[in-house]
Ligand binder design. Structure first.
Ligand code: ZN
Length: 205
């Protein structure tokens, strides 16, 4: 999140809009000003559609009670799709990672979103992740393989290591994405082909 910053020379409501836009990731002061004046000039319907889309996301989106992905229906579309292989669960850090893996078309199973990764530096421990929910899913024995698809960085590695130790006694097949993804990056930024190969050549843990 950007630092608070107060625009000078704009009417108070415009300044407020600029300030709100500037809070968004990747939006600098000039970008926020341009967007605000664009919205000011845009037809009322266009600006209202944006405002309504934001409110709808905040009001209607919650977490799937099965996979913890963001959804407007529970269970989510993926979890209730009869064509998906329910015996394979791919574990990811964030909902955006599901979009990245779906783009590869290489995974026909289900997902589980942890909503973060273990990071002692940021004070994030295993108990803050959706691990209890994952263990609950594994109780009925229908899941036979867990694919760990955490980000290729320190936090992702720590999370994969922690979960592999936790899941080892359950007698499941435990795999992870093959190495070769850009180290230090996020899964969502990996190119589709590299990610598809990492999924196809996944390794036993
Ligand atoms: Zn789901």
């Amino acid at each position: 999140m950007n630092e608070p910053w107060r625009p000078v020379g704009a009417a108070a409501p415009v300044a407020r809009l600029i300030e709100e836009l500037h809070r968004l990731p990747g939006i600098g002061p000039k970008g926020a000003q341009r967007l605000a004046y664009h919205l000011l000039r845009a037809p009322r319907e266009e600006a209202c559609a944006l405002a309504e889309a934001i409110v709808e996301v905040k009001d209607r989106i919650r977490l799937c009670s099965v996979c913890q992905n963001t959804t407007d229906v529970d269970p989510c579309q993926l979890c209730s799709d009869p064509a998906r292989d329910r015996s394979v669960v791919c574990v990811v850090e964030e909902p955006l990672d599901i979009l990245a893996i779906e783009r590869t078309r290489g995974h026909k199973g289900l997902y589980h979103v942890l909503h973060g990764a273990i990071s002692p530096a940021d004070g994030i421990g295993a108990e803050q992740l959706k691990i209890r929910e994952l263990l609950a899913r594994l109780r009925d024995g229908s899941v036979r393989e867990i694919i760990m698809a955490t980000n290729p960085n320190l936090e992702g590695e720590a999370t994969t290591l922690y979960l592999s130790r936790l899941l080892q006694p359950l007698g499941l097949r435990l795999t992870r994405l093959a190495r070769g993804l850009p180290v230090g990056g996020d899964l969502e930024y990996a190119d589709d082909l590299t990610l598809a190969r990492a999924l196809e050549n996944r390794q036993e843990l």
